[in-house]
Ligand binder design. Structure first.
Ligand code: SAH
Length: 394
């Protein structure tokens, strides 16, 4: 096994158990390693600190599998880590009885570059690092064993793989896909297109926030922006919303949304209107018409993938939230989110406060909105993808 020797002083973040070793911290590699191979990380004085996956093409040159240098990283180690992740979900009461659960959330679960989402009998796995890619077989075997699921489907088609020198890999890794895959989320049946849906097929991180929206919806006129397959809107219909307009720019997502309405004959579909449109344009259109709503959801895609894009992203968040506040009736609620790692909680709140001030409304925080508990943020890894939002009432 090759040794990765850190520059003097660069062991500090490893000692604090941060799992990323950046290119600038690496002094040299002693011995040979192929992408994804496990290397022994040593400080400049030669003391072993961790075992990590080597990724020569990435700025994150190595990702730690274990800080216990006595531990060997092999098939059994990976399977144990997968089983431990699955077991953590089983111990959370909010996840009991859910069909759709994130089983592995990358670094936060000690498995850098590994995402696994369970949708009923199917697990979708997404591998985004050289190390994760190398241990595909162990990850798949571990998932089958720990969950008892018959099917594992791979969706390793995220752009971030390019940063690791990896091409896309998609397809069945184990078993067969059912003709139609649906999950029941908070009493609503939702179709999950694991083959061509976004990411792994469904945005599980918003589960509890969709539930809260349903609980706030009764008797309100609602606008759901960036609706994807309609999760927020269907919960709102279940909660007795008066009317809901849902907007997304993706035609296929709206086709699935229409099928989701059909999967739930208990809901009053006549209260829902679906529009394929650009949200920025649609919001300006509503403003021009003088249209108002009692409940607005803004759940945009990532505007800032990293801190480098933060400034432009901050303007985009300000822009839609200005429009959001403008379109609210008195007493109305804006549920607004960001999933940009580059925009921290504090900055996001400042942007929202600034938008409210510019519109001249007094907004109060009704609820802080966090990602679902199966999407933990690692204690040492705040950089990972996370989500936060605010429900503000004017
Ligand atoms: N709220 C959804 C997830 C939203 S993901 C849920 O609970 O499932 C973000 C969505 O924004 C995607 O569906 C994407 O198609 C859509 N989108 C991205 N840019 C857009 C734009 N400018 N206008 C409208 N929709 C957009």
């Amino acid at each position: 096994m090759a040794d990765l020797i850190l520059k003097p002083g660069k062991e500090r973040s490893v000692l604090r158990r941060h799992p990323w070793i950046f290119a600038g911290s690496v002094d040299r590699l002693e011995g040979r390693a192929r992408p994804g191979d496990t290397v022994l990380v040593k400080d400049a004085g030669g003391t072993a600190q961790a075992r990590a996956a080597w990724s020569p093409e990435s700025q994150i040159r190595a990702r730690v599998w274990t800080f216990d240098v006595e531990q060997s990283v092999d098939h059994a180690f990976i399977k144990r880590a997968v089983a431990a992740s699955v077991a953590r979900r089983a111990s959370h009461p909010w996840l009991a009885g859910q069909d759709g659960v994130r089983l592995i959330h990358g670094e936060s679960d000690g498995l850098p570059g590994v995402i696994a989402d369970r949708f009923g009998p199917v697990v979708v796995v997404q591998l985004t690092s050289a190390g994760a890619d190398k241990w595909r077989d162990a990850i798949v075997a571990g998932l089958v064993q720990a969950t008892g699921c018959s099917t594992v489907y791979e969706r390793s088609d995220s752009d971030v793989r390019k940063l690791e020198g990896l091409g896309p890999v998609t397809g069945l890794a184990h078993g067969e896909l059912p003709e139609l895959l649906t999950i029941v989320e908070n009493g609503v049946r939702m179709e999950v297109d694991v083959v061509s849906g976004h990411k792994t097929g469904f945005y599980l991180d918003q589960r509890e926030n969709r539930l809260l929206t349903g609980q706030l919806a009764a008797g309100r006129d609602m606008l759901n922006c960036f609706c994807y397959t309609g999760g927020f809107s269907l919960q709102a219909l279940a909660g007795g919303v008066k009317s809901v307009i849902s907007i997304d720019s993706s035609g296929p997502a709206l086709v699935t949304a229409a099928r989701n309405v059909a999967h739930n004959p208990q809901l009053d579909a006549s209260r829902a209107e679906w529009r394929e449109d650009d949200v920025f344009q649609a919001l300006r259109g509503f403003k021009a018409e003088g249209r108002k709503f009692d409940l607005i959801v803004l759940d945009p895609p990532k505007f800032a993938p990293s801190a480098a894009h933060a400034e432009r992203a901050a303007r985009a968040y300000k822009d839609i939230n200005l429009l959001g506040f403008r379109l609210l009736n008195p007493g109305g609620i804006l549920m607004t989110y960001s999933c940009s790692g580059g925009i921290g909680q504090e900055l996001f709140q400042k942007i929202i406060a600034g938008a409210a001030a510019d519109v001249g409304v007094e907004a109060r925080i009704l609820h802080r909105l966090s990602a679902a508990p199966d999407h933990p943020i690692g204690l040492a890894v705040p950089e990972g993808e996370y989500l936060k939002g605010l429900a503000c009432q004017i």
